[in-house]
Write a protein of this length. Structure first.
Lengths: 212, 212
DNA sequence: GTCTATATATTGATAGAC
DNA sequence: GTCTATCAATATATAGAC
């Protein structure tokens, strides 16, 4: 999702102008630069040197903030996760009908955003090679799924019929279709119209009622 | 998809034992090694040295077969593409009902296969950074979609009702859900049961009939 | 066509001045 | 905390013997 990638001041925002605030600024600037470089080059090909240059600091300064390239990447992913959760909770709060229209916009925004889809793919690949990070990412997906569940439950109650998928499975399909359509749209924009996600989800919901 | 990654003898298979056959063997062996190393390390972190060592040849020998790391990667992706097309056409030939059950198996096989999903993600990321390769990959997806279309058309005719999605959109959703579920299953196997793809597609088809 | 040896550049990370 | 300078390791790619 097109996450604004906002900084996360740990334990309260330090007063502007203070030494702690300056440190926070470089810290956040490094994460911004990391997002740009990791997205452009990929994790493997990205170099800490270029990240430092992009952030406008020296190589050595990076190691005063992070243990190394890996730690920097993990910190970046952490920041994106909390931003994505905030974003999701804000947009899902109003119930499913309003959310459906919103989700369409999130598909296109995520696909058309320069870095979001790229970094998500980098994160998934990193997770495939680092079991610990994989567990973190899976837990994050679980939380997203959990946030989706109340809306699905309410919709099922509203329609008052038995479904051929469990609520959790519906949430999984919704999440899977989301990332799948984002990647397809990114590859060939014309093949994924802006409202396809919403229409597909509606058809799915209509078809879930078991037929006898 | 769990593509066997078979060699592609250009212009007919050379006689076994001939010099051309020996060349073909190393060529194919290099592609096999490339598949293993690119999947394990990722494109950026993979080194031609390790690929050579895995294939049991020297670094210099790689450059007698390929122009470099990039060319090797592209050749590998090319081989996987023709194998995937063969595979898809073979399994889709019998019509949709038989294909549906088969598709379920393809989701689990692709997700559980060691390299297929990894290399697919690497290919997508590479495509995001190389427009030419991106066009190739998009064209490949288009061919897959085209192969899916007859089955969808037949199913719509069988059900004899208007649909809220075009046939092409249904194909896109089917492809998108496929890759999305594969990635989710790879991350958290329990969240994606083996038959979820088929059940979701069935529900989608049931719900496509417009309601008035 | 395959090998060994090597040229050249870049990498992640560290040391020490300020 | 940020800098400059530098380390050792590794990268891609090439040259030349066989």
């Amino acid at each position: 999702m097109p996450v604004p990638d906002e900084p996360t001041p740990p334990g309260g925002t330090p007063r502007a102008g203070s030494r702690a605030a300056a440190r926070e600024r470089t810290h956040a600037g490094l994460l911004d630069a990391a997002a740009a470089v990791f997205a452009e080059k990929g994790y493997g090909a990205a170099s800490v040197g270029e990240i430092a240059r992009t952030a406008g600091v020296s190589v050595g300064s990076i190691y005063a903030h992070f243990a190394g390239k890996q730690d920097l990447f993990l910190a970046l992913m952490d920041r994106r996760r909390v931003a994505e959760m905030d974003d999701a909770r804000r947009h899902l709060a109003d119930g499913l009908p309003s959310a459906l229209h919103d989700l369409d916009h999130r598909v296109t925004a995520t696909a058309d955003d320069g870095r979001a889809a790229l970094l998500a793919a980098e994160a998934w690949l990193y997770a495939m090679r680092d079991p610990d990070f994989g567990a973190d990412l899976a837990a994050h997906q679980d939380r997203l799924r959990a946030d989706l569940l109340p809306l699905i439950r309410a919709e099922r109650a509203r329609r008052g019929a038995a479904w051929s998928l469990t609520d959790e499975e519906v949430a999984t399909v919704a999440l899977g279709l989301f990332s799948g359509l984002v990647q397809h749209r990114r590859l060939a924009r014309d093949s994924v119209p802006a409202d396809l996600y919403g229409r597909a989800l509606l058809a799915l919901l209509d078809g879930l009622a078991t037929r006898d």
